[in-house]
Design a protein around this ligand. Sequence first.
Ligand code: MN
Length: 274
Amino acid sequence: MTSEPTSRAATQLLAMLAQAMASGAVETVDLTHTLDPDFPVLVLPPEFGQCARFRIEQVSAYDERGPGWKWNNFSCSEHTGTHFDAPIHWISGRDLPQNSVDEIPVHNFVGPVCVIDCSAQAGRDEDFELTPDTILEWEAIHGRVPADSWVLMRTDWSKRTGAAYLNMREDGPHSPGPTAAAIRFLVDERDIRGFGTETVGTDAGQGSHYTPPYPAHYYLHGAGRYGLQCLNNLDRLPATGAILIAAPLKIRNGTGSPLRVLALAPRASDAGRA
Ligand code: MN
């Protein structure tokens, strides 16, 4: 049973939060790209099944199909646009309990977030790799990554448009991402809740050539952790101190879902950003 003082403290905390949001001291940051048929999706080697782009068709628009109303049908992959990856997405997480989007306990959809700024390195090297050393350098400045937090890799890749986003070449896509060792460090040594990127996947563009292939997917989901990709506006978040809200659609046995990702963060002018 919850004790009365604890309950009162929580009530006061929520009231303070509501006040801070109303005054603008805490702002709501949209970390989501607009769902649009032109937004790129992951492209796998041609022998594999492919992820569908976003499609939309009008049902009626205040016309003979529906004189007083407008609505659309849409379809897409679970992994289209800014989206969430559940453990069941990968073979390593196939048999875990509560591994699909409908079964994940909802408290996992709201929580603290760390942002590791790799934008300068990714600007110089499109195959930039996040390593354990990069994380330790970040921790030397910002403190230890707290257990059960989200870790987001900022690269400013979200500012790219068109073909530059997938950055496809003859040998496949080129975009920054974590090494296998970095993901193992975050999962095994820091016990993170999940890992997110601005690129089309949680793995580097060349991740199919890593050992194991797609190590972020393999290790995150094998440990029951979550992924976010195609994130936007990470340059508007502080390194620590924001709260991430990322609740996927409740698709039965769903492996992932497009979603609106938001963060509650101190107003930019108050956050002391570097
Ligand atoms: Mn995905």
